[in-house]
Design a protein around this ligand. Structure first.
Ligand SMILES: Nc1nc2c(ncn2[C@@H]2O[C@H](COP(=O)(O)OP(=O)(O)O)[C@@H](O)[C@H]2O)c(=O)[nH]1
Ligand SMILES: [Mg+2]
Ligand SMILES: [Zn+2]
Length: 379
């Protein structure tokens, strides 16, 4: 992640290079992250005002497009920074030298009305300096938010809650101590990550408590599908070096249920970080989280991490139900062989995905996860 957005875009928009595609074919290969990234580009292309195709034949499968900024030129007097934490209506913005407590320009709040928060952790922002007259406590005012890529989203009431923006990877942490570990939740996080243009990495923590090897076995399922995996323990140090190597590059959001050891893992990756860890505190029947807000941390070894509070329910409804098949990568080779072109792979006859489940080529619990997502999402 680059810590700050670039200045000096013209009023007419910015030029971007995007992959050229002949048609909207579905991604077919496992482990091919570029196909996932295209999903994000498609969204951005919706805002196109003009485009010029640079004819270089098949040698260059790219085209240059002008993406409209959507509003006036950015005032060159504005400062740039990255949102590292949200505190109610305030955002903590790191400008590279220090962290400023900023409010958000009202117009931004109304423009992104479908969003629960117009600004979120990881956002690249432009801000003006605040003043201290008459008891004003704000140090800055966020005027503009850069286009996002790599988001983790869920639904919150009728609106979309972007938990974090501008990350390239989600470390999906599960606990081998769970009895049994919950594959459905892992699958939900994988879908949420892929839908937001983020690469999933599955981390089975508390390996020291994996007495019957059930955690390691569950992890094997994801190795077979082709996702990077880690087996870790904060207690005996297993997998921690691999985790460090992973986190060193780019920005990673640490996701997973409360209590699986997300904060504890980050504390061993960087001793001295002192993130609060602890058992879930029961309060009026609802689990209370030890991590209360997402926070962007710049690691000493390099890389950025966002420690998130455990999300009790990851509502996937910002994702359309016919998109789900795209995010179950092992389904993709079978999808073109279904009898009906719009096959949802649930009740339809002649479904090749279901046939693959029966043939043992697709894990039945993965298929079950898919069906659950389809059943709870109606559009
Ligand atoms: N045995 C064992 N306990 C762990 C491990 N990682 C975390 N824990 C414990 O699990 C509890 C929850 O950890 P925490 O980091 O707060 O979880 P978070 O809610 O995901 O951030 C704490 O009591 C930790 O000490 C591990 O690898 N092995
Ligand atoms: Mg935590
Ligand atoms: Zn089908």
């Amino acid at each position: 992640m680059s810590p700050t957005p670039k200045k000096g875009r013209g009023a007419s928009g910015k030029k971007v290079r995007v992959a050229f595609r002949r048609n909207r074919s579905k991604p077919a290969r496992i482990k091919d992250w570029t196909t996932q990234a295209r999903g994000t580009e498609d969204n951005e292309l919706d805002t196109l005002r003009s485009e010029s195709v640079v004819a270089k034949g098949d040698l260059s499968r790219h085209r240059t497009v002008i993406v409209a900024d959507g509003d006036a030129a950015i005032d060159p007097g504005l400062r740039t920074g990255t949102v590292v934490a949200m505190r109610g209506l305030y955002a903590d913005v790191d400008d590279g030298d220090r962290v400023l407590s900023c409010t958000i320009r009202r117009v931004l709040r109304t423009r992104r009305i479908k969003e629960r928060h117009p600004v979120t952790v990881g956002d690249h922002v432009w801000f003006s300096l605040g003043d201290y007259r008459a008891g004003v406590v704000t140090e800055g005012v966020i005027e503009k938010v850069a286009d996002r890529r790599g988001v983790l989203q869920r639904r919150s009431g009728k609106r979309v809650h972007t938990i974090v923006a501008n990350v390239e990877r989600a470390l999906i942490v599960a606990s081998a101590a769970d009895d049994p570990p919950k594959p459905h939740l892992i699958d939900r996080y994988i879908v949420a990550a892929l839908a937001g243009g983020i690469k999933p990495v599955i981390c089975m923590n508390k390996a020291d408590l994996d007495e019957d090897g059930r955690g390691a076995l569950l992890l094997e399922r994801y190795v077979e599908i082709g996702y990077p995996t880690l087996l870790t323990s904060v207690v005996d140090g297993r997998g921690i070096d691999d985790l460090r190597a992973l986190l060193r590059g780019g920005a990673t959001v640490i996701a997973g249920q409360s209590g699986v050891g997300k904060s504890a893992l980050l504390n061993v990756v960087q001793p001295g970080l002192n993130l609060r860890i602890g058992d879930i505190i029961e309060q009026s029947g609802k689990g209370r989280h030890t991590t209360t807000t997402a926070r962007l941390i710049h690691l000493e070894i390099g890389g950025y991490v966002v420690d998130t509070p455990g999300i009790r329910t990851l509502d996937l409804s910002p994702i359309g139900r016919y998109e789900f098949e795209l995010y179950f990568v092992e389904f993709l080779p079978h999808v073109p062989h279904c009898k009906f072109r719009d096959c949802g792979h649930t009740h339809e006859t002649g479904c090749h995905v279901k046939a693959a489940v029966e043939a043992g080529d697709i894990h039945p619990e993965r298929y079950e996860s898919y069906v659950r997502m389809m059943e709870e999402t109606r559009d």
